[in-house]
Ligand binder design. Sequence first.
Ligand code: ATP
Ligand code: MN
Length: 430
Amino acid sequence: MKNEFKNRILIQDVFKSKLKKVEIAGWVKNSRALGKIRFIVLKDISGDIQITAPEKKVDKKVFDIMDEIPRESVISIKGEVKDSKQAPGGKEIIPSEIIILNKAEELLPIDVSEYSKTELPKRLDYRFLDLHREKIQAIFKIQSTILSGFREFMIKEKAIECIFPSIISSSSEGGTELYKLKYFEKDAYLSQSCQLYKQMLACSMEKVFTVFTVWRAEKHNTTRHLNESRQLDFEMAFADEFVVMDVLARCVQYIIKKILKENEKELKELNVKLVVPKVKYLTFEEVSKLMKKDKVHMDKDDLTSDVEKKLGELYKNTIIFVHDWPISGKPFYIMPKDDKLSHGFDAIYQGVEITSGGQRIHLPDLLIERLKAKRLNPKNFKSYIESFKYGAPPHAGWGMGLERLTMLILGLNNIREVVLFPRDRDRLTP
Ligand code: ATP
Ligand code: MN
């Protein structure tokens, strides 16, 4: 088959190269007529460029067609590159041929201009079109850097990437609500975390990581919860919570450095002043004291969103590790320290929890005891408990919300902004 676009170059390369005759393709960002000149600003994934057609210098067909192309239409253009003082970026193209590949309808369902005022729900209904905006593309280009940064960092740490099942036979953690589904004759559930699997893996492969989709059937409708979200998970053998907190801190710092290096343009587009975060360690007790001083209400075994917010104000641009967490506020698989405290921790960044983690229980009897203490039935965790009976080392790990991290890095105030197609209480499409 003939590749119609084999000569196409990206718009950024028009600016970078010294080519005089080029072929480009993309979306019409806007167009205008000024006396006997027609203008189009054409955009592709790499940038935009002005197409200038003075009536006297271009073919009549080309001149006429420029009047008929609604914005967001897809066109391909052959033309000559000219230096121009007036054109943005210093170059423009005088077209010799224009082909309309897809003519957009005149009336767009949402505003896709730079200063779009269309509200988020409507934008999400038309996400495919919302993604024509550079600002929106910038969010997901940065999220792509977060994902590749996570992988790169983990591979450098010599961790092994693993893939886990998403359909499970019973609750892996207890607590959160699960989505139930029919699995032939049996009932099954969508996974709410890969906790138990990554632990089993760390007990043979030592250092493992994954990007894992989780489903939580919680009816909350907040700006920081989704019903389907992605987690960056890490688990490591022969380690306690302090070892993996350090891994987490270096991981987030690595990711943010990579964004600073690779996404300068996108950060500018989104008007984000990003800095590599510092690290602060606090015990749960120390947080209690801080909150007492500032008169913020503190629960006995968890951090409320107000406490997280306050911590964010006290320690800006800092990954705050809250450790020595009360055992009653942590899941059954977290290793107890004594009868009150545990080896569990949370990490707070810009006033919101990004990660929970800790040292896990690797001793079957202790696990059974903790399951019972949490009023869970050890029978439902048979294969999990068994996995620690035949040689399981002490291990620790964490799970970090990809969307939470993206939202906080970009300073956005609704998590739905950083999910291409969010699933929340009210939304199942697109
Ligand atoms: P929270 O207390 O903020 O509701 P959690 O303690 O229930 O979160 P964990 O089970 O600790 O969540 O999950 C690990 C990480 O995954 C969280 O720190 C957070 O970054 C992210 N996360 C958890 N639940 C959600 C959700 N419903 N939507 C988006 N991200 C989530
Ligand atoms: Mn948590």
